[in-house]
Write a protein that binds this ligand. Structure first.
Ligand code: IMP
Ligand code: MG
Length: 179
């Protein structure tokens, strides 16, 4: 039996089963692409942590993980804003094969800022792996090497994604009402 949906939620977009099946596929792609190497997964707190742990468990090559946190100064309406690093990585990434693990790439501002910042630290390679891609809202172009799902222009929550810090723990990804 499935639990009733929270009242602010309109419908489920991806079920727990669909998410885990797709993460397994993307993890297999990553394991092939980086075969013979160690991949360093870098997640952006807090939303991407759920995706990172699920992804890391399915990758079959050696994995390291690290975290950073950012503050976004967005205007009204989740519009693009300035981004800065609020908590930096614990370790240098020089010479590493780095995959930036994102919950969602939307306008692209956050991802572009992080890519530029990390690129300056001399990794051997640098790519983006995102759970969700809402490319219809893209303002700045960023190369997305791995994506699990493309989504429509609606606000979504679950599997790490929040609305005012709520709903991160949902096992599925859902569309919010009135978005
Ligand atoms: P970007 O800089 O516009 O690409 O913003 C990406 C960030 O905005 C994500 O890391 C999320 O924190 C947040 N975000 C964008 N769309 C959504 C959504 O539909 N649900 C929850 N958070 C979102
Ligand atoms: Mg985020």
């Amino acid at each position: 039996m499935s639990d009733p949906l929270p009242h602010e939620i309109e419908r489920v977009l991806f079920t727990e089963e669909q998410i885990s099946a797709r993460i397994r596929e993307v993890a297999a792609e990553i394991s092939r692409r980086y075969a013979g190497r160690t991949v360093k997964l870098i997640a952006v707190l807090k939303g991407s942590v759920f995706f990172l742990t699920a992804l890391a468990r399915e990758i079959t090559i050696p994995v390291k993980i690290d975290f950073l946190a950012i503050s976004s100064f967005t205007g009204q309406n989740r519009g693009p804003g300035m981004v800065r690093i609020a908590k930096d990585l614990d370790e240098p990434i020089e010479g590493d094969d780095v995959l930036l693990v994102e919950d969602i790439v939307d306008t692209g501002f956050t991802a572009r800022y992080l890519l530029q910042t990390l690129a300056g630290r001399g990794p051997n390679s640098l790519g983006i792996c995102t759970l969700l891609d809402r490319s219809v809202r893209r303002i700045v172009q960023v190369p997305v090497e791995f994506r699990c799902f493309e989504i429509p222009d609606r606000f979504v929550v679950g599997f790490g994604l929040d609305y005012r810090q709520l709903y991160r723990n949902l096992r599925y990804i859902a569309v919010m009402k009135n978005s």
